[in-house]
Design a binder for this molecule. Sequence first.
Ligand code: ATP
Length: 205
Amino acid sequence: MLEVEAINVFYGQVPAIRDVSLRLDDGGILAVIGANGAGKSTLLKAIAGQLRTRDGVIRLDGEDVSRSAAHQRARRGISLVPEGRRLFRSLTVGENLMTARATRRKGPWDLAAVYEMLPIVAERRDRRAGDLSGGEQQACAIARALMANPRVLLLDEVSLGLAPAIVGQIYAGLPAIRAQGTAILLVEQDVQQATRASQDVQCLL
Ligand code: ATP
């Protein structure tokens, strides 16, 4: 469903990722690991259309989206949960979730479904996002991405710096997401976490 073929991304003249390829099927999961600076965030941003690839192809459901803008890819079902979450801090959790309406596709994820999968998000629904802990914000960012009913969910460093309990709640929710047919590409520095979540692990060098 998602095919990345030999993509290269440069920052100016400096290569960030070279000849990276991967495949994800419907409901599949792939973990990408790598050291600091290996290019994990760059890979996710390139797939989401926030960075341009110099060479190679990115296909979604067989169609080349390599030159589509980020908002077009979002409408087609590529949802990125970026490092740092990027929530609207002055809006409530519920209001943040509603901002996903712009790119919302038909599908199983609505407010009730995301609240059921991530109870911590339901409990905090009327709180300002800026007042939440890092883990609560991460859960909220994932819930917001799901509200778009993505074909593929890109998760950047979900467990970084978070309390184990909330990381556990987030990872426990991944099978339910996949069961709806959504594929997950997650990047992790924590190799144990990555291998627990996914049988397929790819390493960026
Ligand atoms: P981390 O785990 O630290 O986030 P990462 O594997 O996600 O690392 P990237 O953030 O994708 O790695 O960075 C890959 C390479 O590109 C690094 O060498 C980094 O210094 C460089 N890089 C990242 N962002 C930029 C930028 N905006 N301008 C120039 N170089 C950048």
